[in-house]
Ligand binder design. Sequence first.
Ligand SMILES: Nc1ncnc2c1ncn2[C@@H]1O[C@H](COP(=O)(O)OP(=O)(O)OP(=O)(O)O)[C@@H](O)[C@H]1O
Ligand SMILES: [Mg+2]
Length: 250
Amino acid sequence: MAAAQLELRQVTKRFGGVAALDGVSFSVPPGQIFGIIGPNGAGKTTLLNCISGVYRLDGGDVLWQGASIAGRAPHRVAALGIGRTFQVVKPFASMTVRENAAVGALFGSAEAHLPPRQAFERADEVLELVGLAGKAALPVTALTIPDRKRLEVARAVATRPRLLLLDEVMAGLNPVEVDEALEMVRAVHATGVTIVLIEHVMRVIVGVCDRALVLHYGRVLAEGEPRTVLKDRRVIEAYLGERYARQQGG
Ligand SMILES: Nc1ncnc2c1ncn2[C@@H]1O[C@H](COP(=O)(O)OP(=O)(O)OP(=O)(O)O)[C@@H](O)[C@H]1O
Ligand SMILES: [Mg+2]
């Protein structure tokens, strides 16, 4: 088995008396697409915040290529090549789509810090990659919700991450839009980026993920090959429900 690119060891995060994450461990080898699922409030976004340095851990460790990065500030984590999107999309409203994408290239990881002209070239590349090239000149306010999520991915990809953390970039999309978003994830992955993605849409998990992890009340309920995980009794009972189990013929 390949050495881990990202590894979490017993990660714990509390808010007041509540453990949003309670001893979460897993590892992601380079080049994998790793899916994280679980009910609302399970701790998924908290997990990304712990990896990207937004939150300090209350216990455990986060390792990047074998070295601890716990306690580093978000810009330092980003400089290592760990990019992310946010669940609530907040583009710079007064700027165009192209300018928003260029921000990622201007202020990205250390090796990706580009002078303005090259930042715009990089913006054009990533907009092409996520399928927004035709809308580059539009004000960001003119974008539909799916397109705003694409732009959020474009901004993160423009920083040239080696690992990309995606927080529900397909939430609220219709089935056709989900298919397009899957294509986008595959296209980004094909450039050599490891991906950790949070999704509620099971078709996404089965469609692109090499492995899936189920969080439940801040703990790992199951982890493994996606189809196997989705058939797990405990996962069905805690999260997917009986109707889903019947649909799957299990
Ligand atoms: N900054 C915070 N302060 C206090 N409590 C928080 C904070 N962030 C998250 N929590 C709590 O931690 C738990 C996990 O929240 P989190 O946002 O990580 O869940 P999630 O799995 O991303 O849910 P969703 O599917 O709704 O996005 C919840 O009980 C939430 O209320
Ligand atoms: Mg969340």
